[in-house]
Design a protein around this ligand. Structure first.
Ligand SMILES: [Zn+2]
Length: 393
């Protein structure tokens, strides 16, 4: 079982997959604050938030309730990052992130965030990186004190909409080591080409520092192709629109309707799936997809049941399971696993395969990866899921 750190915030009281050993690769620090912590930080900083009740604030952050009137920003991340402009606040949020994911059954986690968003209070980007490192270290100690063990690492994000990615890449290379294990490009995909960030990618590649890139979420195949062929990312953040390089009876799939269209074609007795050139290289090279089911169900498709995750798995893509933004998406990996079982019938062996893919995809050195693999395999061997939840019974 996970260490006794309380129930993860964004999960059901009885999550059947809580004890399943997990790796989280796509998990945003500024999308995972505890609402009560936001209230504490706001109080300490003399900031007024639109709601002074943690539960209601959490509903707003998760878009369960609509926007309050001005002057509160529509963009939720502007609220969370505004509260993380001093070292103590950043340390606290990073520490709590570790506790939260450990309670979710995570044995290894990479948390990503953008240093350029945390300098308004006078911190340098390097200071902010050190604060996250300290928070992760404290979180690891908390988990150990509770009887668990977790490795928590950070990825530094450059943003598509600014021109700082090259500087963030320099910082990643400078800080690469025990806490910083890689880099990411985040921010709005459509209209902000990855080709404007090749300088950062080339630097990282030459330095042997791994990186992932958000792609194939709001933009389609060309963006994914550029990410693979020009930026040469090792993993694809989301990447789910790669399904649009697969044709059904000669017609390219639409990510929004593909689940329905393939099911209908199969029911009609003719469903020939043809994998295109870009998708074929993603499959053959085993480029991991950082799939975020619940988050994608808001931004890519209109419902979890219309997500192509099961189709991607069936076609041989290297699928991993991630929360994206735990607070904004109101999810945990335990919840994502439950949805995969309930919607697509994923069984323990499929969930285990996704976690094994994630172990292989982690930005770790070989010795640490081997140690993680041993722990994940031991955890999988010990998994017992309530009988009514398993599709094998
Ligand atoms: Zn993301």
């Amino acid at each position: 079982m996970p260490p006794d750190l309380g129930r993860p915030l964004w999960s059901e009281p009885e999550e059947p997959y809580l004890a399943f050993p997990k790796v989280t690769l796509h998990d945003h620090l500024d999308g995972s604050l505890r609402p009560d912590t936001m209230l504490d930080l706001a109080d300490a900083q003399g900031v007024t938030l639109p709601y002074d009740d943690g539960a209601v604030l959490g509903d707003w952050m998760a878009r369960v309730i609509s926007d309050p009137p001005e002057p509160y920003p529509h963009y939720r991340f502007a609220v969370t990052t505004s509260l993380m402009q001093d070292a103590d606040s950043i340390v606290r949020v990073a520490r709590e992130w570790v506790r939260e994911v450990a309670a979710d059954g995570v044995l290894y986690g990479e948390v990503r965030w953008a240093p350029e968003k945390h300098t308004a209070g006078g911190l340098s980007m390097a200071d902010a990186v050190d604060a996250v490192a300290e928070g992760l270290r404290q979180g690891e100690e908390d988990v150990a004190a509770a009887g668990g063990m977790i490795m928590a690492r950070q990825l530094l994000c450059g943003m598509r909409e600014t021109r700082l990615s090259s500087r963030v890449a320099d910082l990643t290379i400078e800080k690469f080591g025990s806490s910083v294990v890689g880099f990411d490009i985040a921010g709005p995909e459509e209209g902000w080409s990855i080709l404007d960030h090749l300088d950062a990618c080339l630097k990282l590649e030459r330095a042997g520092v791994p990186f992932t890139i958000h792609t194939g979420e709001s933009d389609g195949l060309r963006s994914i192709g550029d990410t693979l062929n020009h930026a040469r990312a090792l993993r694809l953040g989301h990447g789910v629109r790669i399904i649009e390089d697969v044709s059904l009876n000669g017609v390219p799939l639409d990510v929004r309707t593909c689940v329905h269209d393939v099911a209908a074609a199969r029911a009609a007795g003719r469903a020939e799936l043809t994998v295109g050139r870009i998708a074929r290289s993603v499959i053959d090279l085993g480029v991991p997809l950082e799939v975020c089911l619940t988050s994608n169900a808001r931004h890519v498709v209109d419902d979890r049941q219309n997500h192509p995750v099961d189709l991607l798995y069936e076609l041989g893509f290297a699928v991993t399971i991630n929360p994206d933004n735990r607070m904004m998406s109101r999810t945990s990996i335990s919840s994502e696993m439950r949805h995969l079982h309930e919607l697509f019938g994923w069984d323990v062996s499929q969930l285990a395969k996704a976690e094994r893919v994630a172990v292989d995809a982690a930005f770790l050195g070989e010795a640490e990866r081997a140690a993680l693999r041993t722990r994940v395999e031991a955890g999988i061997a010990a998994v017992t899921v309530p009988a009514h939840r398993t599709s094998e019974t």
